[in-house]
Design a protein around this ligand. Structure first.
Ligand code: XUL
Ligand code: CO
Length: 450
């Protein structure tokens, strides 16, 4: 496997910062380089997304696919499905990533019944299992596509049609068996159509009760078959439905707590989804981290000028710095998490080589973000600034709030006679513009010397 050359490309190497022009080599990502006590590859655990990298034809809502791929000449769908596995594993090896992710339906075409579909799928799973054994490449997570096929027009676990719900459960059962067989580190649930188009014809409570039941069935079945993958829910506020139940991290955590599922699930957070919810990626990660619910990350970025989920490869150093700062603060990405490139090259960037280039840029931008974030943590710049900002809660009246002894009466006694001028004097400017400029300086300075 390792000396095959299906892609007609050499393994991607670390080349360092000699040249300014970015090509097919890593400037910053040096897999075994130790940063903040761990290798770069262990901090990030990069994954390749099967659906984008091997299936995506680079369509957009107005145009057909532009992608040219080395397996385009296959005409038989099953031959193609099997061949793609070989292309995929060579791709992971050439790029130097150790994880991959897939939906069941990314891998193989469907038959007429689920029994037939499972049979076709299992042939591809056999091939994946062989390649995993040969290469040591691991499954970061798998998932079930419960949104593409027409039957899921009104959802799967929240479908108003019981037959469709039952089918979804049956499909999930087989997907969990695959997770067990391939040793998945996590198992993801993204509710592609678990939401509504219109509230007037929707029984919101009944739909949420139904999907919670389905999640409990999954928890029970995982226990039954001895599957220890971490279960993850991936929030997204809209698209394809106009409102999705797993709107954002906070909403999803509340749902999990309401239905007594929070012990069994964590979150898989995605940059572009955060933006669609009106948040930054850092916000979503912070909310999950503080709640002990950070599971894994889908690495991509949105675009300020386009309102939909464009799944762009990460190239924004400010964002990757923020993400890696949170990950360093958490000590890692969840118990079994990684950075899965749920991303595709732009439609204009259509060659097979562009697939490698796009991943290289994503990995490099995260590696650069890690270097900057590690320097920030080493200096304690953010920690000190935040500790100072809240220091009035370390003693006096503030301390009584944090130790739980304050009451409205004690606050009144403290505040009743304080003159306005003293209250104004108790507030301090945060010099926010300088904080932002300091972050710029950390980026320029750290990478300038990387
Ligand atoms: C869709 C999305 C999915 C999930 C897995 O926006 O992010 O690809 O990651 O179903
Ligand atoms: Co995703």
């Amino acid at each position: 496997m390792s000396d095959s050359n299906l892609w007609n490309i050499d393994p991607i190497q670390f080349v360092g910062t000699e040249k300014l022009e970015q090509g097919l080599g890593f400037r910053y990502y040096d897999a075994d380089r130790v940063v903040a006590g761990k290798t770069m590859k262990d901090w990030m655990r990069f994954g390749v997304a099967y659906w984008h990298t091997f299936d995506q034809r680079l369509v957009d809502p107005f145009g057909e696919g532009t992608a040219t791929r080395p397996f385009d000449s296959y005409t038989d769908p099953i031959d193609l499905a099997l061949a793609k596995v070989d292309y995929a594993f060579e791709f992971y090896q050439k790029l130097g990533v150790e994880y991959f992710c897939f939906h069941d339906r990314d891998l193989a075409p469907e038959g007429d019944t689920l029994r037939e579909t499972n049979k076709i799928l299992d042939r591809v799973i056999d091939r994946i299992e062989e390649r995993q054994k040969e290469t040591g490449i691991k499954l970061l997570w798998n998932t079930s596509s419960l949104f593409t096929n027409r039957r899921f027009v009104s959802g799967a676990g929240t479908s108003p049609f019981a037959e469709v719900y039952a089918y979804a459960g049956a499909q999930l059962k087989h997907s969990l068996e695959i997770a067990k067989r391939l040793g998945a580190e996590n198992y993801v649930f993204w509710g592609g159509r678990e939401g509504y188009e219109n509230l007037w014809n929707t029984d919101l409570k009944r739909e949420q009760d139904h999907i919670a039941r389905l999640f409990h069935m999954c928890v029970d079945y995982a226990k039954e078959i001895g599957l220890d993958a971490q279960f993850l829910i991936e929030p997204k506020p809209k698209e394809p439905t106009s409102h999705q139940y797993d709107f954002d991290a906070a909403t999803t955590i509340a749902f999990l707590q309401t239905y007594d599922l929070d012990k069994h699930f964590k979150l898989n957070l995605e940059g572009n989804h955060a933006n669609l919810a009106g948040h930054t990626y850092q916000h979503e990660i912070r909310v999950a981290r503080e709640a002990g619910m950070l599971g894994s990350l889908d690495a991509n970025q949105g675009d300020k000028l386009i309102g939909w989920d464009i799944d762009e490869f990460p190239s924004d150093i400010y964002e990757t710095t923020a993400v890696m700062w949170e990950i360093l603060a958490a000590g890692g990405i969840g118990p079994h998490g990684g950075l899965n490139f749920d991303a595709k090259p732009r439609r204009t960037s259509f060659t097979a080589e562009d697939l490698f280039r796009a991943h290289v840029v994503g990995m490099d931008t995260y590696a650069a973000g890690l270097l900057v974030a590690a320097k920030l943590h080493e200096d304690g710049y953010i920690e000190n600034l935040v500790a100072d900002r809240y220091s009035s809660f370390d003693s006096g009246i503030g301390k009584t709030v944090e130790d739980g002894t304050a009451t409205l009466a004690s606050l009144e006694e403290h505040a009743l006679d304080i003159p306005q001028a003293d209250l104004v004097a108790a507030t301090k400017s945060d010099h926010l513009e300088c904080v932002k400029a300091t972050l710029n300086n950390y980026i320029f300075d750290t990478l300038g010397r990387a």
